[in-house]
Design a protein around this ligand. Structure first.
Ligand SMILES: Nc1ncnc2c1ncn2[C@@H]1O[C@H](COP(=O)(O)OP(=O)(O)OP(=O)(O)O)[C@@H](O)[C@H]1O
Ligand SMILES: [Mg+2]
Length: 279
């Protein structure tokens, strides 16, 4: 249901991700583990559409949502821009070409722009950012309501299901989110993403800032969401417990590229996993 082909992302001229190839099937729980600064957040943001891609493609539910595969250099030159314009635009993904270009250049008119983060959310991608990002001065319930804007086309909002998975959120419904513990705020962030019934949950280090004793509850809750709602789960992590207990299989990322993929057997081996996590 989610696939990247030769995905590459740069910040300015600095390449961060290169040749990332991952594929997630409907209903799976897949992890991507890696140390600090290897590109995990960059990858998640590129998948959800918060960052432009420079190379390759992203496909979600059989729809190409981001595409940079056309040869940019030759495109800008083939369309016979003046030399200085061509070299300025050479690094711009064609899929993000300024809209009016199509009026003048036939090739550009045929290109479909990348889906925005908002469009991807409406198409069923739920996203839980690193560091949770709940609104501390809004109540728990008001925070959950923000999920309606995120997945606005989903139709029915599943407050009952969210409160069933996370009874603490119902108990604390009228309290400010800022008064919750780290673990409870993470549950709230997950609940907010679940309100619109996404097909896919993308989690950026769900264990960060969560007490070790609560991390276990969190992985159990996510497993339950996957089982009962059928939500496909993709998470990035550097927490050994989460990687070993939540992932059905797990990619390892290092220096911006996928370097390994571990199935259940190797995931059970502490040594095999810590190799990609130890600092
Ligand atoms: N906005 C930015 N501009 C330039 N470089 C950036 C930007 N954001 C991140 N980077 C760099 O990109 C690389 C990957 O960062 P990223 O945040 O994706 O890593 P990460 O694996 O999520 O790290 P962490 O485990 O600390 O969350 C790092 O070297 C980082 O310094
Ligand atoms: Mg990160």
């Amino acid at each position: 249901m989610l696939e990247t082909e030769h995905l590459g992302v740069s910040y300015g001229k600095t390449p961060i991700l290169r040749d990332v190839n991952i594929s997630i099937e409907q209903g799976e729980i897949v992890g991507i583990m890696g140390k600090n600064g290897v590109g995990k957040t960059t990858l998640v943001k590129a998948l959800i559409g918060l960052l432009d891609i420079n190379e390759g493609r992203v496909t979600f539910d059989d729809t190409v949502v981001a595409d940079a595969t056309a040869n940019r250099e030759s495109f800008w030159r083939a369309e016979s821009f003046p030399q200085e314009v061509a070299s300025t635009l050479a690094g711009t993904p064609i899929s993000n070409a300024p809209g009016r270009l199509g009026e003048f250049f036939p090739l550009a008119a045929e290109l479909t722009p990348d889906a925005t983060a908002d469009q991807r959310a409406r198409a069923g991608m739920g996203y839980i950012p690193q560091g949770r990002d709940v609104f501390p001065e809004l109540t728990v319930e008001e925070n959950l309501e923000m999920g309606e804007t995120i997945n606005g086309d989903a139709g029915e909002f599943q407050y009952d299901a969210v409160y069933e998975f996370f009874p603490i959120l119902e108990e604390r419904r009228t309290q400010d989110a800022g008064t919750l513990s780290g673990g409870q705020q993470q549950m709230l962030a997950i609940g907010r993403a679940l309100i619109g019934n996404p097909d896919l949950l993308l989690l950026d280090e769900p264990s960060e800032g969560v007490q070790p004793s609560i991390v276990q509850d969190l992985t159990r809750d996510l497993e339950q969401v996957n089982e009962e709602l059928g939500t496909t789960i993709l998470f990035v992590e550097q927490n050994l417990h989460v990687v070993q207990n939540l992932a059905e299989r797990c990619y390892a990322i290092d220096k911006g590229t996928i370097v390994d993929e571990l199935g259940p057997e190797r995931l059970a081996s502490r040594d095999a996993v810590t190799k990609y996590l130890a600092v």
